[in-house]
Design a protein around this ligand. Sequence first.
Ligand code: IMP
Ligand code: MG
Length: 212
Amino acid sequence: MSAKLKTQNSKLKTPARNVPPRWRKEVERVLITEGQIARRIFVMAREIERDFRGREMVVVSLLNGTVMFLADLMRHLSLPLRLDFMGVSSYGAGTESGELVFTKELRLDMRGRDVLLIDDILDTGRTMSRVLPKLRALKPRRIKICVLLDKPSRRIENVKANYIGFEIPDYFVVGYGLDFAERYRNLPFVGVLHPHVYKQACRRVNEAFCHK
Ligand code: IMP
Ligand code: MG
């Protein structure tokens, strides 16, 4: 179940709304506050607990964007679980995902387990459509997908998440683990990156993947 964000374009025009002064040049506005994230995660954890009770649960988290989400979600899961990571990285410095490369493989046995696959954001669905067959080949009993954010308007692949923190419009967002060119992961909120930041970066690297 997703909590649709009542986000209006008009609000975006208000410069630096809610943004701590340190980040105002780069972050246009706070889209989801720390408090909203915390409250939503608490509710998601209850749903997940209900569905995984009595199962051999393995949490598979995709690096690196899930770090904060995973840590906060996991501390609210009062279930026996195992944790493993899969490293996935896409080449390209722009806001579009490029070619996908696996940087870390799973170590735990997935056979017959109930897997909770966690990512920061479901965008085009390309990442999930590459990760899922790899995971299915390890013969888990079932795989449920959990994402903090979902941008359904950008979907190319037919992938749906079972647990969604927030459905968001097509903004490039950073913070709470999400990056642009490996930066901004440390922001405690999810914010809309100011287009001038990625336009500048795109010009610098002449990156064809970038948004126009
Ligand atoms: P997909 O493969 O297009 O679904 O994108 C998934 C990955 O792209 C995520 O795991 C993120 O790392 C990255 N991504 C997609 N949209 C955003 C965004 O708005 N901000 C930061 N990273 C994003
Ligand atoms: Mg990323």
